[in-house]
Design a protein around this ligand. Structure first.
Ligand code: F3S
Length: 408
């Protein structure tokens, strides 16, 4: 059947007509509405979905009631659907100073998602815990850092969904075919040349965050949408590229980049003639911007934006063994990664030092406004949101320096 230029299959049309219940109908209305706005010709199946909009701190009462109303008619997601971080560690929330009132509301949010058939992974790095899409697989993810990582580093096809449109994709198993689902929209538009080698050290997450900010801001400064292909970004680790993806998405609004010799689609296209060069001086200046106020006293430290990998947790255990931290210090990670850290003995070493695990949540989506004054981190994205969402000062230093500052 034809609705404007969007053609639906018989099954999709049945969903839209309410034959599969009111929630599925609402979900299909969202997908079809987006399809019409972006002039999609058809809907396509997605193999996985990741939903942002989980913390009660962001959703509020209106969001909670919306989710509970959706969950009422028994509709379930048709494809594997996971969740972004919640507003608290689901086991350890009391130890992190979360109120029982907030916890009760947060549990209601999670219960509603569970009733809708969503797996409550509560992580922004599903690709680190077994939810990794394959090359050219169509997905509908909504966390900006994860979308950018999946599109760029894994070669999956996703638009940056909003929370409701991602949930709608989970419930219908469909998304409209537009944007980054189409090959022609993934072609690089500008070559970005790094004209200096990055220092050859380990755990350069802060540096890659600064680089993501620099490139993101520079190529979008004239309000143009660009897809960069970066030349000179080589030998980067998963952890460094998750930091880069988070940062370029935050500061430049990008959901896709290519990097010659590093990302899987980079060989498919010729380098665009239009180019810019990034100098070492510019990167140093960006780092300095992110380090403003470094001399002040920090009353909060956090590592794990995006969520920590097991390799990062291992590194922390090595650095803090036998030491004590003197300030509130959260490690944010996926529950599954925390469980692996428990099994490997890293959690015990880390917790003995006074550092707290904050699994299932993060320093941005937890209700931290007015609790702390200044945060130290290795994440350029966390610096941005500490200021804009949580009213905190924030400064960026390297992963290892964060630990050494904490145990001074
Ligand atoms: Fe993840 Fe929270 Fe950072 S969702 S990317 S840890 S802001």
């Amino acid at each position: 059947m034809r609705r404007s230029s969007l053609i639906l299959t018989t099954e999709e049309d049945a969903m839209l007509n309410g034959e599969m219940g009111k929630t599925i109908q609402k979900a299909m209305e969202i997908i079809v509405g987006l399809g019409k706005i972006y002039q999609a010709k058809r809907l396509i199946p997605v193999s996985s979905v990741q939903v942002a909009g989980v913390s009660y701190d962001n959703l509020g009462e209106a969001g909670l009631h919306f989710l509970e109303s959706l969950a009422q008619d028994g509709a379930k997601c048709r494809v594997p659907t996971t969740l972004n971080p919640a507003g608290m560690d689901l086991h350890n929330w009391r130890n992190l100073g979360i109120s029982s009132d907030f916890a009760e509301k947060q549990w209601r949010v999670l219960n509603a998602y569970e009733q809708l058939g969503v797996t409550t992974t509560c992580t922004c790095t599903p690709y680190l815990i077994g939810y990794s899409p394959k090359f050219h697989e169509h997905i509908a993810w909504s966390e900006s850092s994860a979308v950018c990582y999946a599109n760029s580093m894994l070669g999956a096809f996703s638009n940056r969904e909003g929370g409701p449109s991602a949930l709608a994709a989970g419930l219908t198993g469909r998304t409209a075919e537009y944007g980054f689902h189409l090959d022609g929209n993934r072609i690089p538009t500008i070559t970005v040349i790094l004209d200096f080698p990055l220092p050859n050290t380990e755990f350069r997450t802060h540096l890659f965050g600064a680089l993501g900010k620099l490139i993101g801001e520079k190529i979008t400064s004239e309000g143009k949408k660009e897809i960069p292909i970066i030349v000179g970004l080589i030998n980067a680790s998963t952890e460094e590229m998750k930091s880069f993806s988070a940062s370029i998405a935050t500061y430049g609004g990008l959901a896709l980049f290519h990097a010659s010799g590093l990302t899987p689609e980079s060989d498919l296209f010729p380098l665009p003639k239009r180019s810019i060069t990034i100098s070492k001086t510019e990167l140093e200046q960006t780092l300095q911007q992110l380090q403003t106020g470094l001399e002040q006293q920090f009353d909060f430290i956090s590592l794990g934006c995006p969520h920590l990998s097991i390799r990062e947790i291992k590194r922390i255990a090595e650095l803090v063994q036998g030491k004590q931290v003197k300030v509130e210090f959260w490690l944010t990670t996926a529950r599954k990664t925390k469980e692996l850290a428990d099994q490997l003995g890293y959690s015990e070493i880390i917790e003995k030092s006074g550092i707290k695990f904050a699994a299932d949540t993060c320093c941005v989506v937890a209700p931290l406004k007015n609790r702390f004054r200044a945060m130290l981190t290795d994440s350029a994205k966390a610096c941005f949101y500490a200021k804009s969402k949580n009213n905190m000062d924030a400064a960026l230093i390297s992963f290892d320096q964060v630990i050494s500052k904490a145990i001074q």
